[in-house]
Write a protein that binds this ligand. Sequence first.
Ligand SMILES: CC[C@H](C(=O)O)C(=O)SCCNC(=O)CCNC(=O)[C@H](O)C(C)(C)COP(=O)(O)OP(=O)(O)OC[C@H]1O[C@@H](n2cnc3c(N)ncnc32)[C@H](O)[C@@H]1OP(=O)(O)O
Ligand SMILES: [Co+2]
Length: 134
Amino acid sequence: MIGRLNHVAIVVPDLAVATETYRSTLGATVSAPLDLPEHGVTTVFVELPNTKIELLHPLGEGSTIAKFLANNPAGGIHHVCYEVEDIIASRDKLKADGLRVLGDGEPRIGAHGKPVLFLHPKDLFGTLVEIEQV
Ligand SMILES: CC[C@H](C(=O)O)C(=O)SCCNC(=O)CCNC(=O)[C@H](O)C(C)(C)COP(=O)(O)OP(=O)(O)OC[C@H]1O[C@@H](n2cnc3c(N)ncnc32)[C@H](O)[C@@H]1OP(=O)(O)O
Ligand SMILES: [Co+2]
């Protein structure tokens, strides 16, 4: 079911500082910030040869990642995203196998304009997992 690693997400306390560090210190190609108010985040994508790093910062009140940043004020790895071919079939199999799909269980459009879902970290060894249909 899961395919390529689409991205690894890092929540950062200062998106501009993190972006400049990846661009200048690490010499990576980085995108412009993208506000995703429906997800309560601002994202910057670091393009790597074999995957992407998603830099995340809370956007607006009640952001789903505000608590994570409060618990990890220096930042931290927040989730990994695996690619799937059919997000509905994947969702239904994961649910049938007892994993909890977060939110209302319906895919939403993510930063790449593709449908995404999230799986509870407690069901996947303490790791928040996002699946993205490609
Ligand atoms: C989709 C746009 C973009 C993209 O790639 O396209 C994004 O990726 S946006 C990313 C932001 N959106 C989300 O993360 C949506 C899914 N997340 C959630 O629903 C919540 O963050 C949730 C349920 C994972 C955690 O909720 P909350 O922050 O309120 O914390 P809780 O106290 O309820 O957590 C319960 C339990 O889980 C542990 N936890 C929380 N976050 C993580 C994490 N990122 N990785 C691992 N574990 C996590 C937390 O410590 C609690 O554990 P406990 O032992 O009970 O203390
Ligand atoms: Co993501």
